[in-house]
Ligand binder design. Structure first.
Ligand code: DGL
Length: 366
């Protein structure tokens, strides 16, 4: 019989039950490789936005120029970051995020994918404008095949404003990127103490720090340098995704048409003329289609362009074959994805030819 170890004896003397004692503490999760300092290594990739913004009047926090401050100054402005991780900065772009193009999305994803493959990188933070961070986050979630934390961060006020939110958001982002329990949770966004899922989150308010919401709630919070998790993502992402940025060099055109009363077919036909391979119908209610538009959309579908019904309504999800016979028309529903997220998923999915049945599978799974 094996002699009990001193550690085991100590546990037994401490009244720890033999079963636990023999079993011992759960084996530690494989520690992420760390720098000589013992700290995780985090790369901050900067793209611009308000977090890099500067304004003339501290009291007017909505009046400023986005995309002015370089990444090294962003890092230097938050000395507490050095206590969390070994950090270095890379300046990918310096733009306001409403100006992102598909080409820049692809470039950024390839850069992030290459960084994620490096043994000397444990986590990645991406500073970004708030306007389209939700699209970039979802795109990276779909095409970067890594379990390492990728954390988007933005701010609603420039660093020059009273009660600027960027510094704490950035510190929180580095904290999340450096935390082992952030792994395999998909691309994340830290804003206003919350950890949002990149897939789910959307900008719902355009003039205050608590701007981002998901109808399914945040994944967790980061408070005083600690991460607290309350739910996990359920849709495919990262290493579980069938999509890989290393096999994508360009994205097809996908157009969004915003639904309202008194619509005109030209809104759709002009999108097709502009080269759209799919149209996201941001319909009223349950992605409803006006009766006088149905023939136009059926004609467009017959030409091989995908029709995807999303909704202009913020929450809920579009039901298939409810008011519209999607099976009959060979249309797709965007499920709970808002129009801008549906556009990202459709563009990624259509980097390969697909029929509507397979496209609908993708909208159920991602
Ligand atoms: N110009 C918008 C952008 O860059 C807003 C700035 C911001 O909130 O980041 O997304």
């Amino acid at each position: 019989m094996r002699r009990p170890s001193a550690a085991l004896l100590a546990l037994l003397l401490a009244g720890v039950s033999p079963a636990i004692a023999l079993e011992g503490p759960a084996p530690a999760a494989p520690a992420a490789p760390v720098a000589a300092s013992g700290k995780p290594r985090v790369v901050i990739v900067a793209t611009g936005g308000t977090i890099a913004g500067a304004g003339a009047d501290a009291a007017n926090s909505a009046t400023y120029q986005a995309a002015k401050v370089p990444v090294d100054k962003l890092i230097a402005a938050v000395p507490a970051i050095a206590g969390v991780a070994e950090v270095r900065g890379e300046q990918a772009f310096q733009i306001a995020s409403e100006s992102f193009t598909n080409a820049q999305l692809v470039d950024l994803a390839k850069k992030v994918s290459a960084l994620a493959k490096r043994d000397d990188v444990d986590g990645i933070v991406i500073t970004h404008g708030t306007d389209t961070v939700e699209e970039t986050a979802y795109f990276l979630d779909l095409v970067v095949k890594t379990d390492k934390p990728i954390v988007m961060v933005a701010s609603m006020r420039p660093s020059t404003a009273i009660s600027a939110d960027g510094a704490l958001n950035l510190l929180d982002a580095v904290t999340v990127a450096a935390a082992k329990d952030s792994r395999a949770k998909g691309v994340l966004l830290t804003m206003n103490d919350e950890i949002q899922a990149g897939r789910d989150t959307t900008k719902r308010v355009n003039i205050k720090p608590s701007a981002f919401f998901s109808q399914w709630g945040p994944l967790g919070m980061v408070v005083e340098g600690k991460t607290y998790w309350f739910r996990a993502p359920v849709k495919r992402h990262g290493t579980a995704s069938e999509f890989d940025i290393d096999t994508i060099d360009a994205l097809p055109e996908v157009a969004i048409v915003y639904g309202s009363g008194n619509m005109h077919p030209e809104a759709y036909t002009s999108a097709v003329a502009g080269g759209a391979k799919a149209i996201i119908h941001a319909g009223t209610g349950n992605g409803s289609v006006a009766g006088y538009l149905v023939d136009t959309l059926k004609d467009i579908r017959a030409k091989g362009v995908q029709i995807i019904r999303s909704s202009r309504v913020g929450d809920g999800f579009v039901l298939r074959n409810a008011e519209q016979p999607d099976d009959t028309y060979d249309w797709v529903v965007a499920h709970d994805l808002n129009p801008q997220k549906a556009k990202i998923l459709a563009a990624v999915a259509l980097t390969k030819p697909r029929d509507a049945k397979d496209l609908q599978r993708i909208f159920w799974e991602y």
